[in-house]
Design a protein around this ligand. Structure first.
Ligand SMILES: [Zn+2]
Length: 95
């Protein structure tokens, strides 16, 4: 298909308006909260702490960044505990 005439709006947005967005996970905030981006028009959505999906506004982006920071801190703590446990396990491995 060719578009020779100038369009009033982007063909990508036009496709999304008809077929709906094609969202892919763009960022994992936590196991339950993810950010999504439409692969066609770039529209962004996010899971919210309340369990519904909303348009990714600057406010949500800020909240997600904050949640991600707390989550990462928790995960890295868990990671170090696991690593320590694993190293302890290695000491007792007969090899
Ligand atoms: Zn879209």
């Amino acid at each position: 298909m060719e578009y020779k005439k100038p369009l009033l709006f982007s063909p990508k947005t036009w496709i999304c308006a008809i077929f709906d967005h094609r969202f892919e996970v763009s960022q994992n905030i936590t196991d339950h909260i993810k950010e999504y981006q439409c692969t066609r028009c770039g529209e962004e959505m996010t899971d919210t702490a309340q369990g519904f999906i909303a348009k990714l506004t600057p406010k949500f982006r800020e909240t997600n960044a904050y949640i991600a920071e707390i989550h990462q801190r928790r995960c890295s703590k868990k990671f170090f505990e696991k690593k320590r446990a694993f190293q302890g396990f290695l000491k007792f491995t007969p090899e």
